[in-house]
Each structure stands twice: as C-alpha cells, then as structure tokens.
Design a binder for this molecule. Structure first.
Ligand code: NAG
Ligand code: NAG
Ligand code: NAG
Length: 258
C-alpha cells in the first residue's frame, strides 16, 4: 500500500488552540521523534507514544518473544536502540517503560497486538472516551474535475460528546486499483474543539520521490476516483476495546487527460 501520495499539508488545525498536525505517525524512519524529545517541555505523551509504538512495537515484540530480552527497561530499550540504530527510539522507550515498569510494559506490548493507540491507552498515556462521537459533514474536493495536480479536500467534523483518542484515515480508490492511504492521529477532544472546516491537500500527481524498484508508483491516470474519509475512535478497523468507526464519507473526483 502506497502511503506517500497523500500530503496532508500542515493545514489541519482542530481548533484554534492546537498546532497544525503533521502526518508522521505511520512513516518509517520518521524524523519527528527527535523533535519530540528536543521539545520535551510540556510534552504531550499521547502522540509521542503512538508514533513511537507505530515504529517500534514490531521490533519490541521480536526482542521479547524471540530474543527473550525482558530483564529491565534499560536492557530492553537498549536492545531496541541497537537494533534500530535510533537513539530517539531508545529514549522514548525508556520514558514509556519507566511509567509502568518492565513487567507490565512487556505484558501490555503483548496485549496490544500491534495496535499503537490501544497500547498507549493501556499505558494510560492516551485518554479514553467510549461515549464519544463524530460526524463528517460538507466533504468536498477541489477541483472535482481537471488534470493531474493538487486538490484541496475540505470537510467539517462535528461532535456532540467529544472524541476518544482516534484516527483519521484517508483512502483513495484509484483507476489502476492501487490503494492510496494515509492516516493521522486524532487526539481526544471536547465537542467544542471542532469549529472550523478542516482542509487537507491531496497531491494527485506522480510522486517524483517514488522509487519503482521499491514497489509500484501511483500514476494518477485519467478517470474517476473516490476519496474516502474515516473518523474513528482508536485505530480505524481495530477490534480492540475503545475502537469504532465514528463516521465514513466519500466523494468522487475526476482526473482528465492533460
Ligand atoms: C453521549 O454520552 C452519553 C453519556 O454520557 C451517552 O448516553 C450518549 O449515547 C452519547 N452520545 C453519543 C452520540 O454517543
Ligand atoms: C474537556 O473539558 C473539560 C472540562 O470542561 C476539561 O477538564 C478537559 O481537559 C477537556 N479535555 C480536552 C481534551 O480538552
Ligand atoms: C467519470 O464519471 C463521469 C460521471 O459519472 C462520466 O461522465 C465520465 O465519463 C467518467 N470518466 C471516465 C474517464 O470514466
């Protein structure tokens, strides 16, 4: 699944008080973790935890189950740092592991079953709200018809009860059948946190950085496309507790010949 083509420009600001979100959570080798550490004053552990877990949980499970490294937070996190070559991952690992101690940390990693949001909720670094709700209204894409090139996606999120820690997923059904998907963390919010329309940008043209030797590159051929947005409590599609799809909306657009 290609994850590069959707560029959520730093436009998505849920509520004026919140900084724009970057789309970093599911990208491997993210440069963002070191940024989190540098700015650890007033650190919100939830996004840090989710990003860390997305990158490290596979390796952590491997270290625990196959290498049997469970002695202490230090030994597990050091092994993670060695294996990944990332000091940032080692530091965040220590930070999170020390919250509950090695035994509980190992237990929760196994229980979380590769679901980063659920893991961070179990670790009590992300808030849970199972009475939350959200609907997507006014979804549109501009230009709806035209040649390849950037599109602006607009929509509004409404909530009566607020939301739990969750996820926004964008998926484009393409003409050549290659699914294009991207996602971002939605922090738990009060209902009042969703006033303005949200704006994201979709780069509907071939990514010059896409390397065909690493897998097929979406070419954005002429034809009809469908953009689908899911807003979820927890990870979209997860069967774990504190997870459900709040709402899903879709909109079509057409790419014409140049
Ligand atoms: C909002 O929360 C209340 C309980 O606090 C619950 O009864 C109600 O079903 C929730 N509404 C939605 C839309 O989930
Ligand atoms: C929601 O509002 C309550 C009180 O009105 C506040 O204590 C809480 O921190 C708020 N939560 C978020 C996520 O903003
Ligand atoms: C896309 O859909 C529109 C409206 O349904 C249709 O008129 C048009 O021919 C379609 N374009 C292609 C390239 O299939």
């Amino acid at each position: 699944m290609q994850k590069l083509a959707l560029v959520l420009a730093a436009l998505l600001a849920l509520g004026a008080a919140h900084a724009p979100r970057s789309l970093s959570i599911h990208t491997p080798n993210s440069p963002h973790l070191s940024g989190f550490i540098r700015s650890s004053v007033g650190l919100d552990l939830c996004p840090t935890c989710v990003e860390f877990t997305g990158e490290a949980i596979n390796m952590l499970l491997n270290l625990i189950l196959n290498a049997g490294i469970v002695g202490s937070c230090g030994s597990l996190c050091n092994a993670l740092e060695q294996k990944t070559g990332s000091q940032a991952l080692g530091v965040v690992c220590d930070l999170l592991c020390d919250i509950v101690g090695i035994e509980e940390f190992v237990k929760l990693i196994q229980k979380a079953d590769l679901d980063p949001i659920y893991f961070c909720e179990l670790l009590k670094t992300c808030p849970i709200n199972d009475n939350g709700d959200a609907t997507i209204t006014g979804l549109s894409i501009d230009p709806v018809k035209g040649p390849q090139g950037p599109r602006t996606i607009s929509f509004t999120l409404n909530s009566k009860n607020g939301t739990g820690t969750g996820e926004l997923v964008l998926l484009v059904k393409t003409v050549d059948g290659m699914p294009i998907e991207d996602s971002m963390l939605l922090k738990a919010e009060n209902a009042t946190a969703f006033p303005a329309p949200q704006s994201l940008s979709l780069k509907a043209e071939q990514d010059p950085n896409c390397d065909p030797s690493q897998g097929p590159c979406e070419q954005w051929l002429a034809g009809n496309y469908t953009l689908m947005i899911d807003v979820c409590n927890g990870e979209c599609g997860s069967n774990h507790p504190h997870s459900k799809i709040y709402d899903r909306k879709e909109v079509g657009f057409e790419i014409t010949e140049q």
